[in-house]
Design a protein around this ligand. Sequence first.
Ligand code: DLL
Length: 433
Amino acid sequence: MIWNKEMECMDLENLKNIQSERLKKTAEYVYKNSPFYKKKMDQKGVHPDDIKSIDDIVKLPVTIKEDMRDCYPFKLFSAPLKEVSEIHVSSGTTGNFTVVGYSREDIRLWAEVMARALACAGAEPGDMIQIAYGYGLFTGGLGFHYGAMEMGLTIIPVSSGQTKRQLKLMNDFKPKILACTPSYCLYMAEEAREIGMDPRKSSWQIGSFGAEPWSESMRKEIESTWDMTATDVYGLSEITGPGVAHECAYKKGLHIFSDVFYPEVIDPKTLKSVKKGETGELVITTLNKKGMPLLRYGTRDVVSINYERCACGRTSPRISKILGRTDDMIIVRGINVFPSQIEHVLLSIEGIKPHYQLVVDRRAGELDELEVVVEVEEKIFSDEMKSLRALEEKIKKEIGSTLGIFAKVKLVEPKTIERSEGKAKRVIDKRAL
Ligand code: DLL
């Protein structure tokens, strides 16, 4: 089914009119209510009156992740704090989180786009969904929850983890839909086999998988392992969380709900728009948010956009699967990790040298694995094994408590890691994506 035919199948001329109206209102709204955007727009010499149509969007300033950090915690909110009904955060490079504030209307809007997303996946009112994305500050669990409520699904709000319990719930309650990260879905298959369960006999028929990069070959693997249809969901906390775009049954790109989130694709170096259909950085403007609207937010996700009408009937443009990132953020088991965060932890520990590499790997059927390879001082290396092991444990513990992830640690002798005259290669991503 198509959740909102009017908006999702609208002819492009009408869509453009709506986008233009909404952009004008958003530009006026942020100029009036956000000192941050007033300053940015003044600096760029653009006034809300200059925005007459969606094509004028290029006159508006871009917003980047660093702006969000500089505005920590609430300076990017356009609505007064008392009108912000929910706050989410996402991890970042330095100590500060990226904070997002939603007004009551924003939450309703999130529920609406997530209901559209779930319909894209193939859900229908009355179906049962197992939500195995994390609930809490991460947007995955609650975003799916709001959309499922809006659609009238029966929700199992299990959150992520506790795999045996996930499998028991699936077995006993027989939900049709599974929502979790693609790597977790595959990990659950391993556990299922271990306890003598045949994944192909599961009740899950549809999966809505996202929050991390995954490939077509991983889709095949999931579909054949679980005998289910695997669809891709894209979103980011800054814009709303999940529900920015979703694949339909044709799986030929993710429909971006562009009456709400206006997409542009730019060349990250020149910041100019690329030609239609070319690949570049996805930039999104929120067209009717109130708590924390964003103008031209650089997602750093690399995509191309297809504007042709889809065989499903939707006219909303389709972004390609995320092809990569323009920065160095890596996503391990759905958690965003910046090399500099690890660096920060490493360098706070005595005996560690500032030469390290992060090796990310994903063996078939297993969760992503992060190994931190780091050089230690000569004298530690000549100590007995016991002190090396103790140091490894200390690093693991620090990374775990600071970043919330498990990493293997390999200590190596000085000068083991290759040096570079330019940028150091911090990440070796061996995942075949
Ligand atoms: O990951 C929101 C989300 C939750 C999306 C559940 C889908 C499902 P953040 O934690 O802010 O938000 O991370 C956002 O994750 O900029 C992408 O780099 C990456 N990402 C999200 N979805 C996909 C996807 C949530 N389908 C960052 N494919 C984004 C590849 C994805 N990367």
